[in-house]
Design a protein around this ligand. Structure first.
Ligand code: CA
Length: 218
Protein backbone atom coordinates (compact mmCIF):
# COMPACT_ATOMS: atom_id res chain seq x y z
CA UNK A 1 0.00 0.00 0.00
CA UNK A 2 1.38 3.37 -1.01
CA UNK A 3 0.60 6.60 0.80
CA UNK A 4 1.18 10.26 -0.02
CA UNK A 5 1.83 12.66 2.87
CA UNK A 6 1.30 16.35 2.04
CA UNK A 7 2.55 18.37 4.99
CA UNK A 8 4.79 21.45 5.05
CA UNK A 9 6.07 20.92 8.59
CA UNK A 10 9.09 18.76 7.87
CA UNK A 11 9.28 17.34 11.38
CA UNK A 12 5.69 16.08 11.29
CA UNK A 13 5.92 14.89 7.68
CA UNK A 14 9.13 12.96 8.29
CA UNK A 15 7.83 11.40 11.50
CA UNK A 16 4.71 10.19 9.69
CA UNK A 17 6.81 8.81 6.82
CA UNK A 18 9.14 6.98 9.17
CA UNK A 19 6.28 5.56 11.22
CA UNK A 20 4.33 4.39 8.18
CA UNK A 21 7.41 2.82 6.61
CA UNK A 22 7.87 0.80 9.77
CA UNK A 23 4.32 -0.40 9.22
CA UNK A 24 5.32 -1.60 5.73
CA UNK A 25 3.73 1.17 3.70
CA UNK A 26 5.53 2.82 0.77
CA UNK A 27 5.47 6.56 1.46
CA UNK A 28 6.04 9.72 -0.60
CA UNK A 29 6.20 13.15 1.06
CA UNK A 30 5.30 16.50 -0.49
CA UNK A 31 6.24 19.62 1.49
CA UNK A 32 4.26 22.08 -0.66
CA UNK A 33 0.75 22.20 -2.07
CA UNK A 34 2.07 22.19 -5.65
CA UNK A 35 4.16 19.07 -5.23
CA UNK A 36 1.28 17.44 -3.36
CA UNK A 37 -1.13 18.19 -6.18
CA UNK A 38 1.35 17.05 -8.86
CA UNK A 39 1.95 13.72 -7.14
CA UNK A 40 -1.67 13.15 -6.10
CA UNK A 41 -2.98 13.83 -9.60
CA UNK A 42 -0.38 11.83 -11.52
CA UNK A 43 0.67 8.90 -9.30
CA UNK A 44 -1.26 5.94 -7.89
CA UNK A 45 -1.86 6.08 -4.14
CA UNK A 46 -3.94 4.01 -1.77
CA UNK A 47 -4.47 6.95 0.60
CA UNK A 48 -3.47 10.60 1.02
CA UNK A 49 -2.70 12.35 4.30
CA UNK A 50 -3.34 15.99 3.60
CA UNK A 51 -2.52 19.00 5.76
CA UNK A 52 -4.85 21.97 5.19
CA UNK A 53 -2.55 24.95 5.65
CA UNK A 54 0.10 24.58 2.95
CA UNK A 55 2.28 26.97 0.99
CA UNK A 56 0.99 27.31 -2.57
CA UNK A 57 -2.20 25.34 -3.10
CA UNK A 58 -4.04 24.69 0.18
CA UNK A 59 -5.31 21.29 1.25
CA UNK A 60 -9.00 22.02 0.70
CA UNK A 61 -8.35 23.02 -2.90
CA UNK A 62 -6.27 19.90 -3.51
CA UNK A 63 -9.02 17.76 -2.04
CA UNK A 64 -11.76 19.42 -4.06
CA UNK A 65 -9.74 19.26 -7.29
CA UNK A 66 -8.97 15.58 -6.82
CA UNK A 67 -12.63 14.76 -6.36
CA UNK A 68 -13.56 16.91 -9.35
CA UNK A 69 -11.00 14.99 -11.38
CA UNK A 70 -12.83 11.80 -10.38
CA UNK A 71 -10.10 10.48 -8.05
CA UNK A 72 -11.64 8.26 -5.39
CA UNK A 73 -8.52 7.86 -3.25
CA UNK A 74 -9.22 7.93 0.51
CA UNK A 75 -8.14 11.29 1.95
CA UNK A 76 -7.35 11.94 5.62
CA UNK A 77 -7.15 15.63 6.47
CA UNK A 78 -4.89 17.05 9.17
CA UNK A 79 -6.10 20.20 10.88
CA UNK A 80 -4.81 22.39 13.67
CA UNK A 81 -6.91 22.72 16.84
CA UNK A 82 -8.11 26.24 16.02
CA UNK A 83 -9.36 25.29 12.57
CA UNK A 84 -12.50 23.44 13.58
CA UNK A 85 -14.53 25.09 10.81
CA UNK A 86 -12.05 23.81 8.23
CA UNK A 87 -12.61 20.25 9.23
CA UNK A 88 -16.29 20.46 8.34
CA UNK A 89 -15.35 22.16 5.11
CA UNK A 90 -12.75 19.45 4.51
CA UNK A 91 -15.34 16.70 4.80
CA UNK A 92 -17.63 18.71 2.50
CA UNK A 93 -14.80 18.92 0.01
CA UNK A 94 -14.70 15.16 -0.25
CA UNK A 95 -12.24 14.13 2.46
CA UNK A 96 -13.02 10.80 4.14
CA UNK A 97 -11.77 11.56 7.61
CA UNK A 98 -9.85 14.15 9.61
CA UNK A 99 -7.43 14.23 12.49
CA UNK A 100 -6.70 17.20 14.76
CA UNK A 101 -3.03 18.06 15.42
CA UNK A 102 -1.26 17.18 17.61
CA UNK A 103 -2.21 13.50 17.37
CA UNK A 104 -0.71 10.21 18.50
CA UNK A 105 0.83 8.21 15.67
CA UNK A 106 -1.23 5.16 16.71
CA UNK A 107 -4.38 7.17 16.06
CA UNK A 108 -3.19 8.16 12.60
CA UNK A 109 -2.28 4.57 11.84
CA UNK A 110 -5.70 3.31 12.94
CA UNK A 111 -7.44 5.86 10.69
CA UNK A 112 -5.23 4.99 7.71
CA UNK A 113 -5.81 1.28 8.19
CA UNK A 114 -9.55 1.87 8.27
CA UNK A 115 -9.39 4.02 5.14
CA UNK A 116 -7.28 1.76 2.95
CA UNK A 117 -9.41 -1.28 3.62
CA UNK A 118 -12.56 0.62 2.73
CA UNK A 119 -14.83 -0.09 1.00
CA UNK A 120 -13.96 -3.53 -0.28
CA UNK A 121 -13.14 -5.20 3.00
CA UNK A 122 -14.69 -5.26 6.40
CA UNK A 123 -12.98 -4.25 9.61
CA UNK A 124 -11.45 -7.69 9.88
CA UNK A 125 -7.67 -7.16 9.58
CA UNK A 126 -7.13 -10.65 8.14
CA UNK A 127 -7.05 -11.09 4.38
CA UNK A 128 -7.60 -14.61 3.14
CA UNK A 129 -7.13 -16.13 -0.31
CA UNK A 130 -7.40 -19.93 -0.48
CA UNK A 131 -5.04 -21.21 2.26
CA UNK A 132 -3.08 -17.98 2.46
CA UNK A 133 -3.82 -15.67 5.39
CA UNK A 134 -2.29 -12.24 5.96
CA UNK A 135 -2.94 -10.20 9.07
CA UNK A 136 -2.59 -6.48 8.26
CA UNK A 137 -2.47 -5.60 11.93
CA UNK A 138 0.00 -8.14 13.38
CA UNK A 139 1.83 -8.82 10.06
CA UNK A 140 1.50 -12.55 10.54
CA UNK A 141 1.34 -14.51 7.31
CA UNK A 142 0.21 -18.13 7.25
CA UNK A 143 -0.15 -20.76 4.58
CA UNK A 144 -2.59 -23.17 6.17
CA UNK A 145 -1.07 -23.76 9.61
CA UNK A 146 2.42 -22.84 8.53
CA UNK A 147 3.87 -19.44 9.46
CA UNK A 148 5.53 -17.67 6.53
CA UNK A 149 8.28 -15.12 7.03
CA UNK A 150 8.22 -12.29 4.49
CA UNK A 151 10.43 -9.24 3.95
CA UNK A 152 8.73 -5.82 4.04
CA UNK A 153 8.39 -5.60 0.27
CA UNK A 154 7.26 -9.21 -0.04
CA UNK A 155 4.59 -8.44 2.55
CA UNK A 156 3.41 -5.32 0.67
CA UNK A 157 3.36 -7.21 -2.61
CA UNK A 158 1.36 -10.06 -1.07
CA UNK A 159 -1.09 -7.62 0.52
CA UNK A 160 -1.61 -5.80 -2.78
CA UNK A 161 -2.14 -9.04 -4.71
CA UNK A 162 -4.56 -10.35 -2.06
CA UNK A 163 -6.62 -7.16 -1.96
CA UNK A 164 -6.97 -7.44 -5.73
CA UNK A 165 -7.39 -11.21 -5.92
CA UNK A 166 -8.97 -12.31 -9.16
CA UNK A 167 -7.86 -9.20 -11.05
CA UNK A 168 -5.00 -9.06 -13.53
CA UNK A 169 -2.45 -6.52 -12.33
CA UNK A 170 0.22 -5.08 -14.60
CA UNK A 171 3.77 -4.79 -13.36
CA UNK A 172 3.42 -1.00 -13.51
CA UNK A 173 0.34 -1.13 -11.28
CA UNK A 174 2.18 -3.33 -8.83
CA UNK A 175 5.19 -0.99 -8.78
CA UNK A 176 2.90 2.03 -8.21
CA UNK A 177 1.27 0.51 -5.15
CA UNK A 178 4.19 -1.29 -3.54
CA UNK A 179 7.17 1.02 -4.06
CA UNK A 180 7.50 4.77 -3.50
CA UNK A 181 8.40 7.42 -6.05
CA UNK A 182 12.11 7.48 -5.24
CA UNK A 183 12.53 3.74 -5.55
CA UNK A 184 14.34 2.70 -8.70
CA UNK A 185 12.16 -0.19 -9.73
CA UNK A 186 12.13 -1.95 -13.07
CA UNK A 187 9.45 -4.41 -14.23
CA UNK A 188 12.18 -6.99 -13.81
CA UNK A 189 12.26 -6.31 -10.08
CA UNK A 190 8.62 -7.35 -9.80
CA UNK A 191 9.48 -10.67 -11.45
CA UNK A 192 12.27 -11.23 -8.94
CA UNK A 193 9.93 -10.55 -6.01
CA UNK A 194 7.15 -12.73 -7.40
CA UNK A 195 9.63 -15.55 -7.86
CA UNK A 196 10.83 -15.21 -4.26
CA UNK A 197 7.25 -15.09 -3.04
CA UNK A 198 6.28 -18.22 -4.93
CA UNK A 199 9.10 -20.06 -3.23
CA UNK A 200 7.49 -19.17 0.10
CA UNK A 201 3.77 -19.51 -0.59
CA UNK A 202 3.85 -22.11 -3.36
CA UNK A 203 3.71 -21.92 -7.15
CA UNK A 204 -0.05 -22.05 -7.64
CA UNK A 205 -1.46 -18.94 -6.02
CA UNK A 206 0.13 -16.27 -8.22
CA UNK A 207 -0.59 -16.81 -11.88
CA UNK A 208 1.50 -15.19 -14.63
CA UNK A 209 -0.69 -13.61 -17.30
CA UNK A 210 1.63 -13.44 -20.28
CA UNK A 211 2.08 -9.99 -21.75
CA UNK A 212 0.09 -8.37 -18.91
CA UNK A 213 1.27 -9.18 -15.43
CA UNK A 214 0.05 -11.27 -12.55
CA UNK A 215 -3.15 -12.45 -10.97
CA UNK A 216 -3.79 -13.99 -7.59
CA UNK A 217 -6.30 -16.80 -7.74
CA UNK A 218 -9.46 -16.50 -5.74
CA1 CA B 1 0.74 23.27 7.54
Amino acid sequence: MRILVVEDEHRIANAIKKGLEQEKYAVDVAYTGETGWDLASSEEYDAIILDLMLPGIDGLTICRNLRQAGKQIPILILTAKDQTGDKVEGLNSGADDYLVKPFAFEELLARIRALVRRPKNTLNPVLKVAELELNTSTYEVKMGEKQISLSNKEFSLTEYLMRNAGKVLTKDQIISHVWNYDADVLPNTVEVYVKALRRKIGQNLIKTVRGFGYKMHV
